[in-house]
Design a protein around this ligand. Structure first.
Ligand code: SF4
Length: 452
């Protein structure tokens, strides 16, 4: 029987989908693409913005257009935060909580494979939702397939103990819980044995891994990069106050660990950071980044920024822009503030007009593009290691991938280079990518910055 999984949102959600797919395959279901007709659709939703809500609901419609009789499971953060509203969505059969995702295969088998009661769609909606804030065991399972990708996302931590005033995630994922060091290492060994060349560590507030047991995230990363095998490790988003000197030193000294940090900033104005309830101020953010940039040559540096948070005057916005100008970002994710139900900030008047939010978003996006071009141009004629993915670049038809410091590259080459680490020379900036020449398929060593 065919099951299709649709994932919206973050890398943690992508990991969750990969876990659900692994369990479904173990139950004998075959996983098909989201545009194929299937007996069941699992929609792993996101609720970070209003648009994520809309897309989550749209995914139900699209699935039922492919098979009106299909069993539809609605899980993820939208389902977790709005089970009643979700139950009103036409065509839904099951609303499944974030802490209940690993029950999905069992639930679908019981519904679709029951001899006594053959599956027939009805108006009744079943809600399976345990209390996400209650103490619970958090263990991830080994995953063999990530939707055909060449990178494996390994979730080391879930939930969050921070109270950022604009954030819905903390309510949807519960308190911070860390997987065990042993289980994480086991899952990574399994992923590497399955052929993954890049392991991306992820979580909701990843850098807080181990805090409840007085273990440090950097000590975990050290154990991971010391594992044998032809793979590299990338860190997904990590909050500034969770970046200790051990982690910076590890990135600086370890070829296997990508020279790439994504450090959410959100705002560069202290009053706005305070209103957002972020656990750092402008100076602290600046100092963390300075320490990283000084120690890690060639660092690829990204950040998330929110424009138009309530109370953001022109002057406060200028503070954000000024900080971004000072720091060597190689890319930015710029979001316009949208009030989210159930958040503290939702109580505050959303006083920045939509057209001003749009202007500020464009302003920072332009600045980010300039910085990105400058960053990529500074690597022309130099060598890097790129992981080439399974899918070719739609526009050029060339192979595509990323360098360790997160430069998107396109490389002319044959299919045998897919899913392999290659040494490349960066040649020409084209659009948001860099055209590169393949020097050798040399997984033996990682190239960082030899000039050709
Ligand atoms: S750190 Fe803040 S923004 Fe991130 S998940 Fe936690 S509460 Fe949300």
């Amino acid at each position: 029987m065919k099951v299709a999984c649709i994932t919206l949102g973050c890398r943690t959600n992508q990991h969750d989908t990969a876990e659900m797919q692994t369990l479904l395959e173990r139950e004998g279901f075959s996983i098909v693409g989201s545009r194929e007709k299937a007996a069941a659709y699992v929609i792993n939703t996101c609720t970070v913005t209003q648009r994520s809500d809309t897309n989550s609901r749209l995914a139900v419609k699209k699935s039922l257009a492919l098979n009106p009789d299909a069993l539809v499971v609605f899980t993820g953060c939208y389902a977790q935060l709005n089970p009643d509203e979700a139950s009103q969505i036409d065509g839904l059969d099951i609303v499944l909580g974030n802490a209940d995702k690993l029950k999905v295969a069992d639930i679908i088998r019981k519904k679709l494979a029951s001899r006594d009661r053959p599956w027939r769609k009805s108006a009744a909606v079943e809600v399976v939702m345990s209390d996400i804030h209650k103490d619970r065991l958090f263990r991830t399972i080994p995953v063999r397939n990530f939707q055909g990708m060449t990178k494996a996302f390994i979730k080391v931590q879930t939930g969050c103990d921070e109270k950022c005033s604009f954030c819905t995630v903390v309510k949807a994922r519960g308190k911070s819980l860390s997987d065990t060091r042993e289980n994480i290492i086991r899952n990574i060994k399994q992923a590497v044995a399955s052929g993954f060349k890049e392991i991306t560590l992820t979580g909701i507030n990843m850098g807080t891994w181990g805090m409840e047991r007085n273990e440090t995230f950097s000590s975990l990363v050290r154990d991971i990069v010391e594992l044998p095998g032809d793979f590299r490790v990338r860190l997904s988003s990590i909050n500034p106050m969770e970046i200790d000197s051990d982690l910076i030193q590890l990135i600086a000294e370890t070829e296997k660990l990508c020279s790439h940090l994504h450090i959410p900033l959100q705002s560069g104005d202290d009053a706005i950071l305070k209103a957002m309830r972020r656990n750092y101020n402008r100076r602290q953010y600046f100092e963390v980044v300075q320490r990283a940039v000084t120690a890690i040559p060639r660092l690829g540096l990204g950040a998330d920024v929110i424009v138009g948070f309530p109370g953001e005057t022109e002057e406060k916005f200028a503070n954000t822009r000024a900080l971004i100008e000072q720091l060597p970002f190689s890319y930015l994710h710029v979001f316009s503030y949208s009030p989210r139900r159930g958040t503290e900030a939702h109580q505050i008047k959303d006083d920045v007009p939509g057209n001003i939010k749009k202007q500020r978003n464009q302003n920072l996006t332009q600045l980010a593009n300039q910085k990105s071009i400058k960053f990529r141009e500074s690597f022309l004629k130099q060598q890097e290691t790129a992981l080439l993915e399974n899918q070719r670049d739609a526009k050029s038809g060339w192979l595509k991938g990323h360098t360790g410091n997160y430069i998107p590259v396109i490389v002319e080459g044959c299919d045998s280079l897919k899913n392999s680490m290659v040494a490349v020379t960066l040649q020409k900036v084209c659009g948001h990518q860099v055209a590169a020449g393949c020097i050798s398929q040399s997984p033996a060593h990682f190239v960082r910055g030899d000039s050709s």
